[in-house]
Design a binder for this molecule. Structure first.
Ligand SMILES: [Zn+2]
Ligand SMILES: [Zn+2]
Length: 259
């Protein structure tokens, strides 16, 4: 069994095909998925999916790429997270690739999410792109993970260096690999995945984006997370069942979900 630790199945292109998407998950032994919130206006749809389907979980947060959207307060995030199917805070973080200029608001928003995670003791889902130095610095400054018993969160859709991965793991974080790791061009990332211990690794699709090989370029969906798991098994030269089992166990441990 596999778990897709990060998807956006509430996005219209996937939400419109829900029966098909759930069937594909079942076909590929993808038993659970975490539907990740990107802004507050769409949060009700994210929550509705988690309430409707026992095997779908959800998070609450505002993505760093969403500039013209209601800004969340710590209190608001804490209040919205007070639900048994909301298992994480995010996605949050920094993105200096998609947005440029004065991004102090992004850093402030990131700090708000870390505070909410510490209060709720729900792990953070961190998005970082071209901003790893500031991301790690702010995580340290805000004490990310220190109130959550060493179970801090996940660096999702990881594309950074081994050094950044190790800094995050030291703070109690897990590293999640998306379909990017299966791309021929992703040699550096594959070297990072090879080096990291399996007990700190999660797998995800980030669907509808970033379909893994052999579906690259097509619309992604949670069922395809099996390809990420298979790729990591091949890369590490270990049985695919081991990757499936360990990444599943990691998910339940990190998000404190009782099976
Ligand atoms: Zn992201
Ligand atoms: Zn995402």
């Amino acid at each position: 069994m596999y778990i897709d630790s990060h998807c956006h199945i509430n996005f219209p292109e996937l939400a419109a095909r829900m029966p098909e998407i759930l069937a594909k998950m079942a076909d590929n032994h993808v038993t659970h998925a975490l539907c990740v919130s990107v802004d507050l206006p769409d949060f009700p749809q994210v929550l509705a999916l988690a309430e409707q389907y026992p095997h779908i979980y959800a998070s609450v947060g505002v993505h760093p790429d969403y500039e013209d959207t209601p800004e969340p307060s710590v209190e608001q995030l804490v209040q919205l997270a007070d639900h048994k199917k909301i298992i994480a805070i995010g996605e949050t973080g920094l993105d200096y690739f998609r947005l440029t200029g004065d991004l102090e608001w992004q850093r402030e928003r990131f700090r708000t999410h870390i505070k909410a995670s510490r209060i709720t003791r729900k792990p953070l889902i961190i998005h970082t792109r071209a901003a790893s130095e500031d991301t790690i610095r702010i995580m340290r400054e805000e004490g990310a993970g220190t109130e959550a018993g060493g179970v801090a969160g996940v660096m999702h859709c990881f594309t950074e260096s081994l050094e950044v991965a190790r800094a995050a793991i030291e703070m109690g974080f897990y590293i999640s690999f998306s379909g990017i790791v299966t791309f021929k061009s992703a040699k550096d990332l594959q070297a990072v995945a090879l080096e990291l211990p399996l007990d700190r690794i999660l797998i995800e699709t980030d669907s509808p984006y970033l379909a893994p090989m052999p579906h690259r370029g097509k619309m992604n969906e949670p069922g395809f997370v099996a390809h990420v798991g298979e790729y990591i098994a091949k890369l590490k030269g270990i049985p695919v069942e081991q990757v499936a089992q360990q990444t599943t166990d990691n998910f339940f441990k990190l998000f404190n979900v009782v099976r």
